[in-house]
Design a protein around this ligand. Structure first.
Ligand code: SF4
Length: 126
């Protein structure tokens, strides 16, 4: 396979440098357009092993809302996002839920915690 270039917009800081990464097969030949080493690292990861913070919801039993929003504490490999969402769709937690509560301790064996990002109150049974 020949050379190819990928353009990456750095999101590490508000400057938003446009970075060009040139590859042959899966080997990076050059990285240009970054203004600092953090941008170079970001572009390298984005091309070779892109990661994203997972944001989704999980079901809540006995709450004033049926679901609670959650996110992964760290970015996870982009190709595992759908598997992670599938895993979290099987989870149901009991109300109340507080912001920062750990919903999953070790997502897909990645050593990444999933935490609640809002409160869900318990509905009193009467
Ligand atoms: S390359 Fe550096 S200066 Fe440019 S957007 Fe990324 S972090 Fe900011």
């Amino acid at each position: 396979m020949g050379e190819r270039t990928i353009r990456v917009k750095c999101i590490v800081c508000p400057l938003g440098c446009e970075i060009t990464v040139t590859l042959r097969d899966n080997e990076i030949l050059s990285i240009e357009g970054h203004s600092c080493s953090r941008g170079e690292k970001y572009a390298r990861e984005e091309v070779l092993e892109p990661k994203r913070v997972l944001m989704t919801v999980v079901k809540v039993k006995g709450g004033d809302l049926p679901v609670v929003s959650v996110k992964s504490e760290k970015p996870i490999p982009k190709q595992l996002i759908f598997e992670a969402i599938r895993e979290l769709s099987k989870v149901e937690v009991d109300a109340p839920v507080r912001i920062g509560d750990v919903i999953i301790e070790n997502l897909l064996g990645l050593n990444v915690r999933v935490i609640a990002t809002r409160n869900v109150e318990k509905v009193s049974e009467s």
